[in-house]
Design a protein around this ligand. Structure first.
Ligand code: SF4
Length: 400
């Protein structure tokens, strides 16, 4: 088998040498003096009855920094061109609104969009977001002849390479991730570059357990295909395509769960095929990015401190933010909010609970007296939002 598609020849992945020219506007949009001050004080700030403790690692990661720099440079370099963006550049509403104000137009790349790329011409620019895009998106854009500015994070591309290698060597890529997430869709599509490339996406331990049981004992093929109808490659056959598996993951999953799932598959393959040369049937590389790992480690450390509650700031569709909440709720009352507007008053907060799609409103969220609040933020959350949340809490309680 060999790679048949190289759809990326019209792709730009470097800046345009305008870093110094965009520095000021980036700072105006995303910097926070409050956050800088907290960082300089050992990640702690006391104001009135409040003590805020900020996680040691939080907020923008290197991949988001890269994507935003490239997006701002592209706008500066081509002020008169139409610039499109596939989906959202990162999962943060404030950032996406800002890009929209800069005249960057968003294209819905879901499979259900019947007019995908119809409006794009050869003289336009299309940007690919930090979590990448499917192989077919690059192919279509190459056919259009437009310039593609690719802000895909290097850590995501590293996962693509793993999955490509699995596909080229005849291994089915088992991807721990969310099948509808842009990154996982892009990652799984890498298998399309190979004639017999296959993938299967598992969301969590429960789904992994189901697949592992099928590997060891077999099972109901129709039920399997129904269960994973949105999460496997076309013509996937669990009776043939689980003989040799390679593990990968969406970069922002809970790292402990990804490692556990990999181990479950290793054991299942060993049970089924014995211990001789397991590398012939099982491969695994931890593809959680270091930024995700650092933020998860930092919040694990923070929630073990003497705190009254945790606030997790980030877009509700941000995978890595959700996992910071998942860690937090195991130890403290924790509120996932998207921005300062969610702090309705000293008694009322609007937030999203774990596993819920809609926001909920909670009363009496803030204890009386001295309060210690832990704060963290996802890799797509600007410092400015964190500063605004702290400011809002303090102001709601009449302090300054
Ligand atoms: S979270 Fe990791 S993979 Fe995602 S953009 Fe940031 S550095 Fe890249």
């Amino acid at each position: 088998m060999s790679a048949t598609i190289d759809p990326r020849s019209n792709v730009v992945r470097k800046g345009f040498g305008l870093k110094s020219e965009i520095r000021e506007v980036l700072s105006l949009d995303y910097h926070s003096d409050i956050v800088e001050r907290i960082k300089s004080q050992g990640h702690t700030l006391s104001v009135g009855r409040f003590t805020f403790r900020l996680a040691e690692e939080f907020g923008f990661c290197y991949g988001v920094d890269f994507a935003l720099n490239l997006a701002y440079e592209t706008r500066r370099k081509f002020p008169d061109k139409r610039i499109f963006l596939t989906n959202e550049i990162i999962h943060n509403p404030r950032v996406n609104t800002r890009l929209s104000e800069m005249g960057i137009e968003f294209i819905d790349c879901s499979a259900t969009n019947p007019t995908l790329f119809e409006e794009v011409t050869a003289s336009d620019i299309v940007m690919i977001p930090a979590f990448g895009a499917e192989v077919d998106v690059y192919r279509r854009l190459q056919e259009k002849g437009c310039m593609v500015v690719d802000t895909t994070c290097g850590s995501v591309i590293a996962v693509w390479k793993r999955v490509e290698r699995y596909a080229s060597d005849g291994f089915t890529a088992i991807i721990h991730g969310k099948h509808a997430h842009e990154e996982t869709r892009a990652t799984s599509s890498q298998t399309e570059k190979y004639e017999n490339g296959k993938y299967l996406i598992v969301l969590d331990r429960e789904e992994a357990e189901y697949v592992c049981r099928y590997i060891v004992e077999g099972g109901d093929r129709d039920e399997f295909l129904k269960k994973f109808s949105d999460a496997c490659s076309p013509a996937f056959d669990p009776d043939c395509d689980l003989q040799r598996v390679g593990l990968a993951n969406q970069t922002t999953m809970l790292s402990s769960e990804s490692l556990e799932i990999a181990e479950m598959f290793r054991e299942a393959i060993e049970k089924k095929h014995g211990h001789e040369s397991p590398e012939a049937r099982f491969r695994h590389f931890d593809t959680i990015c270091t930024a995700t790992q650092d933020r998860q480690d930092a919040v694990n450390k923070l929630v073990r401190q003497d705190l009254d509650l945790m606030i997790v700031i980030g877009g509700y569709n941000s995978s890595n933010t959700t996992h910071l909440l998942e860690i937090s709720v195991q130890h403290k009352p924790a509120y996932h909010i998207s921005d300062a507007g969610c702090i309705l008053s000293a008694t009322t907060i609007r937030h999203k609970l774990m596993g819920q799609k809609e926001e909920t409103v909670t009363e009496n969220w803030l204890p009386t007296g001295e309060v210690r609040i832990g704060i963290t933020a996802g890799a797509s959350t600007p410092d400015r939002l964190i500063g605004e949340v702290i400011d809002r809490i303090v102001q709601c309680c009449g302090a300054s």
